[in-house]
Design a protein around this ligand. Structure first.
Ligand code: DGL
Length: 259
């Protein structure tokens, strides 16, 4: 079984990429909605949440944890990864691999405040692509807007425009440095225009996980996804239905204490 986690709905943008590549794998998706938004929290707090989440997955017996939260990866990178029995796939590392492969010279990162201020993206990209210029900006308004379903209004549009204005004008690509942001892709496309490529690290993340699952035989299961939240399970289910998650059944959405 493979586990994925995020603070909330953003992780679904990673889950959908993994599911596309591994239609028969058994997946467990954990949304730590009780502690949302991660991006505004103190580093020590985030470190404890990362440790607790990895320990919870150990308790579930997962073979791999597919990180679906950049903020937690930024903490793992800057403060050290907590011990885990599972193989842990780092999303920021996946982004750095994708940037290296594309050969971008100028990259912008839009991320949560915690991720942007950690500088983890810049370090990960420059260690693989030393000549690449990286500019990072935090966009703390966006996660609460996505979680409350306000993806289409002027508030989200204006916040994305502000992030664009804070980055250099001559970018080759902009990275979705938070997994909630692909749900705002239309605003990003309009704000950055056709010259700037939008890079979703989840694409590379899913490709790496597919290779691992095939090698270890975790690709052949029932194809079920169990959704677990630390918040309100009824609310989470309504959010999933609102987003149109395919094949969702009532028993698939649980509170973490039911697991
Ligand atoms: N979606 C998460 C990320 O990729 C964190 C969002 C949040 O809770 O601030 O960083």
């Amino acid at each position: 079984m493979l586990g994925l986690f995020d603070s909330g709905l953003g992780g679904l943008t990673v889950l959908r990429r993994v599911r596309d590549r591994l239609p028969r794998a058994d997946l467990i998706f954990f949304a730590d909605q009780r502690h949302l938004p991660y991006g505004d929290r103190e580093l020590g707090d985030l470190e404890a949440l990362l440790r607790d989440n990895l320990a919870w997955f150990d308790g579930q017996g997962v073979e791999a944890v597919v990180m679906a939260c950049n903020t937690s990866c930024a903490i793992g990178q800057t403060r050290g990864w907590p011990a885990s029995h599972a193989m842990v796939f780092d999303l920021i590392e996946a982004a750095a691999i994708a940037v290296e492969r594309a050969g971008y010279a100028r990259v912008g990162i839009v991320a949560t405040a915690a991720t942007a201020s950690s500088g983890a993206y810049g370090r990960a990209i420059r260690s693989r692509s030393p000549g690449t210029r990286v500019a990072e900006v935090g966009a703390p308004e966006l996660v609460p807007l996505v979680e409350s379903g306000q993806t289409e209004g002027a508030q989200a549009r204006d916040a994305v425009n502000r992030a664009r204005a804070a980055l250099p004008g001559d970018l080759d690509a902009v990275v979705f440095g938070c997994t909630h942001y692909p749900l705002l892709e239309a605003h990003f496309t309009r704000a950055f225009g056709p010259e700037v490529e939008l890079l979703d690290p989840a694409v590379e993340q899913a490709a790496r996980v597919e290779r691992f699952a095939e090698e270890r035989g975790f690709d052949e299961g029932s194809g079920r996804t169990v959704y677990v939240t630390s918040g309100d399970a009824g609310h989470f289910r309504a959010q999933l239905l609102g987003l149109g998650v395919p094949g969702l059944e009532l028993g698939d959405v649980k509170h973490m204490e039911e697991e």
